[in-house]
Design a protein around this ligand. Structure first.
Ligand code: SAM
Length: 332
């Protein structure tokens, strides 16, 4: 973390600022040390250049394993498709020049969107509950305008009403309380600021009769490392069959998803077998491992936006199920 980034952090419990102590500095970066709230006595460690405001292990541990194992699988330079860039630009519609603005990225995972937010010239504060932040730091931590921290949406170490823009992609359904997660994020947005989020769609087909939710009843309780190995074995076993099924016109790829083999051949039309398999390992694990997977209906998601005091609400079906774009009301 660069030294000046300390000014953005607040003790989540008191709102107090921090001072730095016991620091190990390398160039303009804090490699290790303690963020100390002199008034309350709270200490938050900086470990491997990343300030940590949460306990090292928590319900998001499976994501730490997922994103550290697949730190660049979904990066555009690796897939040679601009999937993440297009998704970031289409979901946010923020344009390419946000110089001088402050953006919050909640639930960064491997950080595949972080660099695109930073490319706008804004300062990007990016955080995740899991140690996926290590993966993000590896890819994006050297950028001057990116600050990565390990924190929890429900207990954020930032000032309320301070961000021009907030985005939270692929995250809200994976928290224990999606409604509270959305409404908490809004508190950190400046009046007039813009928030972009998404959530899985809740429907009879996607939830009640979906093999994923049936299998998850067991797998969400499993040790992540053991489950990951099992997912790799399962994908390897099913792969020859899945490649054949994938060729069935119209329904083949969906059938594979129903069989819990993540099939990305539609999104990555000219990808080789090894790439498709890597995405399948990642996303089969991503379906089965999260502690929480709580989708919502369009109507409910829209209502949460209204209750959060947002205006210019655009909640629609999109890439991840449902996407929401809105602004925080400016109060006179
Ligand atoms: C499916 S991943 C999405 C990562 C990234 N946004 C992407 O789309 O590639 C969901 C992420 O949400 C994070 N997450 C879950 N609950 C969280 C919380 N309470 N606070 C912050 N991050 C959380 C997980 O650790 C995980 O990295």
């Amino acid at each position: 973390m660069r030294k000046e980034f300390i000014n953005y952090f607040r003790n989540p419990k008191t709102g107090n600022t921090f001072v730095l102590k016991n620091e190990v500095i390398e160039g303009d970066r804090i490699k290790a040390g303690i963020l100390f709230d002199e008034k309350s006595g709270r200490e938050c460690p900086v470990v491997n250049y990343i300030p940590r405001f949460v306990e090292p292990h928590n319900y998001a541990d499976s994501f730490g394993l997922e994103w550290n194992t697949h730190f660049d699988t979904q990066y555009d330079y690796k897939s040679k498709h601009s999937i993440s860039q297009e998704r970031f630009e289409k979901e946010t519609k923020w344009g390419s020049d946000l110089t001088g603005q402050l953006i919050l990225e909640a639930g960064c995972g491997s950080g595949r969107f972080t660099a695109y937010a930073a490319d706008t010239g804004a300062t990007v504060l990016s955080f995740d509950y899991s140690n996926a932040v290590e993966a993000n730091y590896k890819s994006n931590g050297q950028r001057e305008n990116i600050c990565i921290s390990q924190a929890n949406i429900f207990d954020m170490p930032f000032e309320e009403n301070s961000f021009d823009k907030i985005y939270c992609i692929g995250v809200i359904q994976h928290t224990p309380d999606p409604e509270k997660a959305l409404k908490t994020l809004v508190r950190y947005l400046k009046p007039g600021g813009s928030i972009v989020t998404d959530i899985y769609l809740k429907s009879f087909i996607t939830c009640v009769v979906s093999p994923k939710y049936i299998v998850r009843a067991v797998t969400r309780h499993m040790n992540p490392a053991k489950l990951y190995k099992l997912c790799v074995k399962y994908v390897n076993l099913m792969w020859p069959l899945a490649r054949l099924i994938s060729r069935i016109p119209a329904i083949g790829k969906s059938l594979n998803w129903l069989m819990l083999v993540a099939d990305y051949s539609r999104l990555l039309p000219d990808a080789d077998d090894a790439t498709l398999k890597e995405w399948a390992y990642l996303d089969t694990f991503d379906m089965l491992s999260p502690k929480y997977d709580i989708p919502a209906t369009l109507k409910t998601y829209k209502r949460w936006h209204e209750e959060a005091g947002l205006v210019d609400i655009d909640v629609h079906y999109g890439y991840n199920g449902i996407e929401g774009r809105a602004k925080k009301r400016v109060t006179e």
